[in-house]
Write a protein that binds this ligand. Structure first.
Ligand SMILES: Cc1cc2nc3c(=O)[nH]c(=O)nc-3n(C[C@H](O)[C@H](O)[C@H](O)COP(=O)(O)OP(=O)(O)OC[C@H]3O[C@@H](n4cnc5c(N)ncnc54)[C@H](O)[C@@H]3O)c2cc1C
Length: 600
C-alpha cells in the first residue's frame, strides 16, 4: 500500500510564487501568516495527514459507520481518537475568529491544509467541513447570544455542526422544503419534519451536535422566500454552558453508500415527541439567503475534495507503476528484460494526465482562495470589489470542474493498476468510489453550471467573465511571445483556447435571455470550458514564473523543469478540449433538445 505524502514543494510554489502569500500575509489580521510560519504549519499538517488520517482511510472504508438499535452511531475504529487529536492540535479552528478561539488564518492557508485532509481521509474530514459551514452561518448571521453559546465549543471542535437542507422532495430545489418551525412564547421555535442525507447527523465523536436546519414558519410565503434557518442542538445547552435535556431530534437510519463509508449519512427526524427546540438565525424567511452566503465556502471546499482525492489517486498510481513489472517497453533497449509499467508510453500518458489535471485544479482553487482573502481584507474598496467578483465567478468552476475532473483522475488511477485496480486491497478503487459523491452534494454539476451561466455570466451581460478572459489573454500573449519553445507552445494554445471561451461567452449572454432552454442545455459544457481554460491560464502563469527562476538560478531546477513540462503537456494534450466544448456550446443546444420526452 502506498502512503500519502503532502506535495509540500508544489503547494508552497503555488502559494508563494503564483498566489502571493507574502501579500496576503500583509493584509490586516493576517500578520501571523508569514510564509515561514505557513511553511511550518503545512509541514505539521502533512505529518498529521500521513501518520494519523491516511492509515485510517482504508480500514474506515471497510468497517464503515454503524447505527445501533438505541439510535446512537459509531464511527470506525480509530476515528474518534483521531478527531480528538485533530481538535487538540488546533486544526478545527484554523480560519475561525480568534474571539471564539480560532486562529484567524487566511483561507489560502486553510485551502492547502484542507487539501491534505481530503487526500488522506475524505470521510473523516467531512465532519470538520460541515462544522465549518455551521460556524460560518452562526458567525455571519447569528445573534450575539447564539454566538457566545455555541461558537467557542464548535470552533474548538468539542461540539460538531451539521447542515440540514435536504428532504425527500427537496434536493436541488430547496424551495420545496417542508419542515415546519412553530414559534413559542419564549422566543424559541419547535421544529417538525424529516431531513435526509445528513452528513455526520449522528456520531460518537462529541457529546453534542449542533444542527443548522432549514424550515418554514407557519405564515411564510411559498418558495425560496419563505425559508428560515434554525440552530437545533442535540442536547439543550444551559445558561452556564453545561448540557441539559435531550432535544427531540433523532437519527432514524443511516444510508448504505457507494463510498465515504466512514462518514455517517443520516436520516434525521425532528419533532416526533412534541417538537425539536430550535433558535432562529438572523431574520425569518431569509434562511436560504444565509445558506447561500455560507454555501460558497462549502462549495469551494467540495472542489478541494476533488483536488485532494486526485492527488491521492495520482500518488498511488505512480507508486504502483514504478513497482509493477509487465512487458518490455516499446522502443527501449531490445536486450532489456521486462520492466516496470511506468516505462510504457500509455502509462506515462495516464500519469501525466492525472498530474497535469491535479496541478491545474490546485492552481485554480488556490488563486480563488487568495482572491477570497483579498475580497475580505484588502484595504482598498475597489480591489475588494474586483476580487469578490472574481471569487463569485470562480466558485461554481472550482466546485463543478474540479469534482468532474476528479472522476477522470480517479478513473485513471484504477486503470493504471490494471486488474488490481478493480480489487479493493490496492486502495485505488476506494478513491474512485469516494470521488463519485463530490459532483452531487453541495449542488450537482448541473446546478453549478446553472449558477455560472445565470448569476455569474448573463446577469452582468458577461462583464466579469469577459474581464477575466481578457486577463487570460494577456498571459497567453506573454507566453506566446516568449523565446522559450515550451512557453511559446503553451501561449499559442492558451490564446486559441481563450478565443474559444470568448466565443462561448458571446453566444451565451444573449441566448440566456432569448433562448433560455438552449442556454441551459449547454451550461455544463460552458462550465467545463471555463475550467479547462482557467487551468491552462494558471499553469501558464506557473510556467512563466518557473522559467524566470531557472534563468535566475533560483530554486530546485528539477522541480521547476517538471512544472514547465507539466504545463506544456496540459497545453498540448488537454487544453485543446476547449474547441470541442466551445463548438458544443455555440452549435449544439438544438440537438440536445431535439427529441421529445416520449422518444426516451
Ligand atoms: C452522501 C451524501 C451526503 C449528503 N450530505 C448532505 C448534508 O449534509 N446536508 C444536506 O442537506 N444534504 C446532503 N446531501 C444531499 C445532497 O446535497 C443532494 O443529494 C443534492 O443536492 C442533489 O439533490 P437530490 O439528491 O434530491 O437530486 P435531485 O435534485 O433530484 O437531482 C437529480 C438530477 O436532476 C438534476 N437537476 C435537478 N434540478 C435541476 C435543475 N434545475 N437544472 C438542471 N438539472 C437539475 C440534478 O443535477 C441531478 O442530476 C447529501 C447527499 C449524499 C448522497
Amino acid at each position: 500500500m502506498s502512503t500519502y505524502h503532502a506535495p509540500l514543494a508544489e503547494m508552497e510554489f503555488v502559494l508563494n510564487e503564483v498566489d502571493g502569500l507574502a501579500q496576503i500575509s500583509k493584509l490586516p489580521g493576517f500578520e501571523d501568516a508569514a510564509p515561514d510560519t505557513v511553511s511550518a504549519i503545512l509541514e505539521e499538517a502533512g505529518k498529521f495527514a500521513t501518520n494519523v488520517l491516511d492509515p485510517l482511510n482504508w480500514s474506515g472504508d471497510r468497517e464503515g459507520a454503524k447505527r445501533l438499535d438505541d439510535g446512537t452511531v459509531t464511527t470506525p475504529a480509530g476515528f474518534k481518537e483521531a478527531y480528538r487529536q485533530f481538535c487538540e492540535n488546533g486544526w478545527n479552528g484554523l480560519t475561525k475568529d480568534p474571539e471564539f478561539g480560532g486562529q484567524g488564518l487566511p483561507q489560502l492557508v486553510q485551502t492547502a491544509v484542507e487539501e491534505m485532509w481530503h487526500a488522506a481521509n475524505l470521510a473523516f474530514d467531512l465532519c470538520p467541513l460541515l462544522t465549518q459551514g455551521a460556524v460560518e452561518a452562526i458567525t455571519l448571521r447569528g445573534s450575539d447570544e447564539l454566538k457566545q453559546k455555541y461558537l467557542p465549543n464548535m470552533v474548538a471542535g468539542t461540539w460538531t455542526g451539521t447542515m440540514n437542507l435536504t428532504e425527500p422532495q427537496a434536493g436541488s430545489d430547496l424551495a420545496a422544503v417542508r419542515t415546519r418551525a412553530e414559534p413559542q412564547p419564549d422566543g424559541a421555535y419547535r421544529l417538525f419534519g424529516q431531513k435526509i442525507y445528513i452528513t455526520f447527523g449522528e456520531h460518537d465523536y462529541t457529546d453534542n451536535i449542533i444542527h443548522l436546519v432549514l424550515a418554514r414558519t407557519p405564515d411564510a410565503p411559498e418558495g425560496v422566500k419563505g425559508i428560515s434557518l434554525f440552530v437545533v442542538p442535540k442536547f439543550m445547552v444551559n445558561d452556564d454552558g453545561t448540557l441539559g435535556a435531550r432535544n427531540d431530534v433523532h437519527c432514524v437510519s443511516l444510508e448504505h453508500k457507494l463510498g465515504i463509508h466512514a462518514s455517517p449519512t443520516a436520516v434525521m427526524v425532528y419533532g416526533d415527541h412534541g417538537g425539536a427546540v430550535g433558535y432562529l438565525v438572523g431574520e425569518e424567511n431569509r434562511g436560504l439567503e444565509y445558506m447561500f452566503i455560507m454555501m460558497n465556502l462549502a462549495r469551494f471546499s467540495v472542489g478541494m475534495e476533488g483536488v485532494g482525492l486526485s492527488e491521492r489517486a495520482y500518488q498511488r498510481a505512480v507508486a504502483y507503476a514504478k513497482e509493477r513489472v509487465q512487458g518490455r517497453a516499446v522502443g527501449l533497449d531490445k536486450a532489456a528484460k521486462a520492466g516496470a509499467i511506468i516505462e510504457h508510453p500509455d502509462i506515462r500518458r495516464m500519469l501525466m494526465t492525472m498530474r497535469a489535471y491535479t496541478e491545474a485544479m490546485r492552481a485554480v482553487a488556490y488563486v480563488t482562495a487568495a482572491a477570497l482573502d483579498n475580497a475580505h481584507r484588502h484595504p482598498d474598496a475597489e480591489a475588494r470589489k474586483r476580487h469578490s467578483a472574481f471569487v463569485d465567478l470562480m466558485i461554481p468552476i472550482v466546485k463543478g470542474w474540479s469534482t468532474e475532473i476528479a472522476q477522470e483522475v480517479t478513473y485513471l488511477g484504477v486503470q493504471v493498476h490494471g486488474g488490481m485496480g478493480f480489487i479493493e486491497e490496492t486502495g485505488a478503487a476506494q478513491h474512485y468510489r469516494d470521488a463519485r459523491i463530490i459532483t452531487i452534494y453541495e449542488g450537482t454539476t448541473g446546478i453549478q453550471a446553472n449558477d455560472l451561466i445565470g448569476r455569474k455570466t448573463a446577469r452582468d451581460a458577461g462583464a466579469v467573465a469577459n474581464a477575466v478572459a481578457g486577463e487570460i489573454d494577456k498571459v497567453a500573449a506573454k507566453l506566446a511571445s516568449h523565446s522559450d519553445p515550451s512557453l511559446n507552445a503553451i501561449g499559442m494554445q492558451l490564446a486559441a483556447s481563450v478565443a474559444d471561451l470568448q466565443a462561448a461567452i458571446a453566444w451565451l449572454v444573449p441566448a440566456f435571455g432569448a433562448q433560455t432552454r438552449a442556454a441551459h442545455a449547454v451550461a455544463v459544457p460552458y462550465l467545463k470550458l471555463w475550467g479547462i481554460v482557467a487551468g491552462g491560464w494558471q499553469l501558464g502563469r506557473g510556467a512563466l514564473i518557473a522559467t524566470a527562476h531557472l534563468t535566475e538560478g533560483r530554486g530546485n531546477a528539477e522541480f521547476l523543469r517538471a512544472k514547465i513540462a507539466t504545463a506544456r503537456f496540459y497545453a498540448e494534450c488537454l487544453l485543446p478540449q476547449s474547441s470541442g466544448h466551445s463548438h458544443a456550446i455555440t452549435h449544439g443546444s438544438a440537438s440536445v433538445l431535439a427529441l421529445p420526452v416520449e422518444a426516451f
